[in-house]
Design a protein around this ligand. Structure first.
Ligand code: ZN
Length: 99
């Protein structure tokens, strides 16, 4: 999302004339957007909660590969290495970082 209020900075600068300084004010549009995403994520989780592990594993794998493929120079070797080492935690971390 591109925020028209703060240009994705998460805050705006507003003049405090009493103290003659510029104040950082949290962007309410961004805050509302983050809250909406969290609420949607919770609802989505409840709907998906009883999906089979195999199906979720396939979905996450495809999602991770799709995210890696969007990189300018995708590092597939790294993912192959993590998979070969069965380094589940690093793979999950990678997904968290990229998502
Ligand atoms: Zn904003």
């Amino acid at each position: 999302m591109n925020c028209k209020e703060c240009n994705n900075k998460g805050h705006t600068l507003e003049a405090d004339y009493q103290h003659e300084v510029m104040m950082r004010v949290q962007c309410l549009d961004c805050l509302a957007h983050e809250n909406m995403k969290q609420e949607l994520s919770l609802r989505l989780t409840k709907v998906l909660i009883d999906t089979s592990q195999a199906r979720m594993a396939k979905l996450l794998s495809d999602t991770l590969i799709g995210l890696i493929d969007q990189e300018d120079s995708p590092d597939y070797e790294r993912v192959f290495a993590l998979v070969a080492a069965k380094n589940k935690e690093s793979l999950i971390s990678l997904l968290q970082v990229m998502a």
